[in-house]
Design a protein. Sequence first.
Length: 318
Amino acid sequence: MKATVPAKVILTGEHSVVYGKKALGAAVDLKTHLTLTIKASETPGIVVEFQTETSYLSWEQAYQSLEEVSVVSVLSFLSLEVFPDCFDKLFEFKIDSELPVRSGLGSSAALCVAASGLLLRTKNSHASLQEINELAIKGENKVHGRASGIDNTVILNGGVLCFQAGSFESLEVVNPESVKVLLVNSRVPRAAMGMISGVRMLNEEYPQVVTKIFEGIDSVTSQCKNSIQAGNYEKVKQMMHMNQGLLYSLGVSTSVLNDICNIGFKHGLLGKMTGAGGGGFCVFLVTNEDTFGAVAEWTAKGYEVIETKFTNQGLAMS
């Protein structure tokens, strides 16, 4: 069985979403494919093929790995959640992904959603999207410590979503074909757990200040939501730019991410970091702007530029 899922970007609201505020997430057309084969074996356990490496753990080793954070440990955790008595079986996972890992595009959520879909629908072909999402967030919490749930929800459902406190609203996007999504890779791996804990400590030390920043991000998200539903992409871009400034004040937008955004701004492109920060990608929405100058400068500084688009396709299985 095979599962295919998209990547995601956060248009507005990362970090504040962990504290119950709204965030806008969008699925973008970069795919992760995951295949699962389960069979009886004289060497039961879990095999994971990813990039150029193949990893094998016996089920005893898989249990011992559950405190770790790695691709094979996350897949072991999800497999044992669904099949706790699988000790005579070999689970073979093969991952083929267009997503760089630890980049803010939802690589861990894509893996958790795809694996949860495969495992649950292998056990019960009528497993619901809600059941898949509930298992996926368990995997995300293992990776990030405390995940908001927006990444897995966007990747599972596709489209553009407004997410808050575990619930979401799918938004109708006006003329999505008129918008290009430019992703600029800093080539610096982001560290989600470290960024999340850093914001938590800042909030504990300066709660009144950080609460106001969260409220500001929430207001930006509300404006962005209304603008995207109205097809006013100029205002959407302005809200993303404002959100970047608020994230900078939280200490999660580092010098390299600021550099990417500043280069875009110099050439008339408004954008922001996407995801937890510290590294990873920045995202820019492009309608009629000339991107040649910005792309040339980004590339000259060693950044990777990827052009993609919004997609309504979430989890697909075959």
